[in-house]
Design a protein around this ligand. Structure first.
Ligand code: PLP
Length: 293
């Protein structure tokens, strides 16, 4: 994902009410060094981020993403981001995104150790081409996440539900899925309850209902899942949050992984067992997700 544009941000206080933050933005050369070697928090993954899908220069679901950035920052005890500043930064970066599908990334890290302020920046880049996977779907394997449904509440320092920069575990799960001959993974609790994929939310269809794991399970509340549920409800379809077991997933009539950049991809097999997919509905969901929102 070659970066085309990057903007360093001097974070404004959340109480700052100015209407124009341009003087807090500094465009930087994407090929040149921009972070201090002392940027320990980035090395430790001690920060939060968001990836926003951009279609022909239009960033989708900006409000849901900046709100989740604030939620993640709160869980990590980072200073509250100034959302007006981030909205403006997103608009500036999205205007630099390429034609077609792009990504605007928001990063807020704790910054230099003992430093005065968090480090913040946004980038704009071309999105990978997901056309084929949207058409053909993905084979998944279930992987043990090693905790139970109560872990998020019992151990808030695990930061479950925050979109932190620490994605090493998620990337390791993807590599394990590839080793097992699959394209993607679905995390399950040690009791066999279904959570989410390493970079996507899970939605299943069971009869005439669309169901996703409740965010209280210690998963990221996906902006794409929220948008898809709104879309389905507007079509008169039923949606629900629930605790889902591996058996519910294996017995689903159809299932999808949904996320901001790859959008909706059908699950075609789980742990080597084929799963029926609904190509027409998948295409319809992607048409919706590719539209300006
Ligand atoms: N769950 C995890 C762990 C993710 O990393 C992501 C996206 O990166 C999602 C769910 C889907 O979130 P969204 O739809 O907001 O992209």
């Amino acid at each position: 994902m070659a970066q085309r544009y990057a903007l360093m941000i001097t974070p404004a206080d959340a109480t700052d009410t100015r209407t124009d933050y341009s003087e807090t933005f500094t465009p930087v050369d994407v090929a040149a060094p921009a972070l201090s070697v002392g940027e320990l928090s980035t090395q430790r993954g001690d920060g939060v981020f968001e990836s926003i899908g951009v279609i022909d220069g239009h960033p989708n679901e900006v409000e849901a993403h900046v709100q989740r950035l604030a939620h993640s920052a709160r869980l990590c005890d980072l200073p509250a981001p100034n959302l007006a500043q981030w909205r403006q930064a997103v608009a500036v970066a999205a205007a630099q995104a390429p034609e077609g599908e792009g990504v605007v990334k928001l990063i807020l890290s704790r910054g230099v150790e003992n430093g005065p302020a968090p480090t913040a920046w946004v980038t704009a880049s071309t999105a990978p081409d997901y056309t084929r996977v949207r058409r053909e779907g993905v084979r998944v394997v279930t992987l043990d996440r090693g905790y139970d449904l109560g872990a998020g509440e019992r151990a808030p320092w695990l930061l479950l539900g925050a979109k932190t920069l620490s994605y090493a575990v998620n990337m390791a799960a993807l590599r394990e899925a590839h080793r097992r001959g699959a394209d993607d993974a679905i995390f399950v609790t040690r009791d066999g309850d279904v959570l989410e994929a390493p970079t996507a939310s899970l939605i299943i269809r069971s009869g005439d209902e669309f169901i996703t794991t409740a965010p209280s399970a210690g998963i990221l509340h996906g902006t794409t899942q929220l948008a898809v549920f709104e879309y389905l409800e507007a079509q008169g379809l039923r949606t629900r949050y629930a605790t889902l077991s591996t058996a519910d997933l294996m017995g689903a009539d159809a299932a999808w992984l949904v996320s901001s950049i790859r959008l909706a991809v059908a699950i075609t097999a789980i742990d080597g067992e084929p799963l029926a997919s609904d190509a027409a509905l998948t295409a319809e969901l992607n048409t919706f997700l590719l539209s300006p929102r």
